[in-house]
Design a protein around this ligand. Sequence first.
Ligand SMILES: [Zn+2]
Length: 209
Amino acid sequence: MQTQNKVKPKIYNLKGDIKTFIPKKVMSQIQYLCTRIHDVEWSGILFYDTQGDIDNPSNFKIIIKHIFLMHKGSAGYTEYDYDEEVVGFRMDNPESLKWKIAHIHSHNNMKSYFSGTDMDELVENSEFHNYYLSIVVNNRNEIVGKIGFRGEGVDNTIYECNTGNGSQYKLSAATNKTIQFVYDCLRKEQLQLLQKVIIKMQKDNWQIQ
Ligand SMILES: [Zn+2]
């Protein structure tokens, strides 16, 4: 990936959490994968659906739909590229065409947390999405997640973000006067806004309200 000319956005952690529901079926998928691939990292595409809009985080919900295993890596490393198998899966499962794409990977026997590499992946991929979800699991069923999105600077503390349905909204983020506007490439300051995801296990099938 060409990153030389890109200015890495500063990271700003937003307060408040996004509710994320993992249905029983997907939880079983995670447990199955962690049992079968328990000593190295695995990674895959996480399909999900949403309710509400991200500009109203308390009413915004993420519902995980399916995991598509992509790669079995080493003890501390895994990565993949979107390929024709995923396209095939989506063609065979038309309902998946409306699902959004996220990233899931396992830390096997290690703790579930966002490492430097995981943060970089989240920051880089959020450039291509209105918002980007990443989830880390491990063999002990510890699941953590983050949702990241870019904000375009309007001024020192106000950033404009995309809802994903064609509209934009503004977020206030006072970044401690460390903002550097990038005049040389005529780009507005970008901020990487992050929100923690609170993962809830669904006892029964999720009912779309
Ligand atoms: Zn990781």
